[in-house]
Design a protein around this ligand. Sequence first.
Ligand code: 2PG
Ligand code: MG
Length: 422
Amino acid sequence: MDEKCLRIAGVKAEEILDCRGNPTVRTTVTLEGGITASASVPSGASTGSHEAAELRDGDENRYGGLGVLQAVENVNSKIAPVILGVCSCDQTRIDSLMIALDGTKNRSKLGANATLSVSLAVCAAAARGKREPLYRYLGGTFTDVLPIPMMNLINGGAHAGNNLDVQEFMLVPIGAPTFADALRCGAETAHSLKKILKEQGHSTAVGDEGGFAPNLENDEEAISLLLRAAEINGYRPGKDVAVSLDVAASAWVRKNSYVQTKSKQKFTKSALAEHYRKLTSEFPILSIEDGMGEDDREGWRILSEKVGKSCLLVGDDLFVTNPDRIREGAAANALLVKPNQIGTLTETVEAIRLARQRGMKIILSHRSGETEDATLADLAVGLGADFIKSGAPIRGERTAKYNRLLSIERELFRPEYGSFFS
Ligand code: 2PG
Ligand code: MG
């Protein structure tokens, strides 16, 4: 290993809270010489059944069973002794050591929340050791592309108590010249949307990801409202802005059909695909995420035949950032990347590489239960993501990532604003 690489001198995890008030793991890694960096792990609500295991204590007397003291203990007394003294830049080795120590297929022994917090904190500390911002440490000298934000302005599904079955209606500023312009478009549209909802007597309460959670007639109404709010600010549908949906349809799967959780409306696979086709012919829809269930290969094939040419079909629960599941192949043409679905940075990078080789687009994603940790922004730039999903540009745990991207953009293109180390 590079002799300038600093060795790991300390690893310490603790239990903190995520934005939903549930416990999660934060790990701080210290390098020889005293450099430190921390990383906190997010948590999902609509989780795919093939995700790596998130270790929860199950002690009903603490946080309703959601405590993570065991995962914290695993970091402090099992993982730490194994990686102390290893060069911090040897990410693959550190991740492999944790994978071997766990020994299970889905991280159920140590917990993916334990391993990921270490994996990300090691990487952040190594970057600091090299005196490089994390995105550049990951991406190299020529890293200079910012992801386009997919901003979730209307929440439904498992993320909100309203009547909408589709989990996310996202605004995507496809025509914005800079990330800062894209973010402004999202914030302006969100404010106009709030006004429209108020005028129409709808609730302006927000869901888990900061988007509004009104009761609406149907998907068409939600999309129309979103686009109208954008238009008020001069953003042209189809030119400046498009819409992305996360249906999270795994939650609707029945035997050979789909039943929406809230409306109880029933669809055959073809009827559901036809519903999406209609939406894409009526509105500028850039992408549909988890339009079919996580194990419904046939449904995905039908969906791809109907709309795969005009629309990005994004696999979230379908792939769960798992290289093996990507290798199995599926009729999706974009990968949603959530590092905590797989448990280490090395495997996350492998998933991205495989998807790229298959010509797929890459979307880095937060979870609905987030923290103020902004590592995701650096990952998105450093790993060359096409898009980033970090919820609405509202609420601190969401804006932490968007604000970090603003800083990265300034650092890359407006050095007069000062740099990471100033
Ligand atoms: C998703 C995510 C993030 P959760 O389904 O894409 O938006 O939700 O973290 O609840 O799985
Ligand atoms: Mg999803």
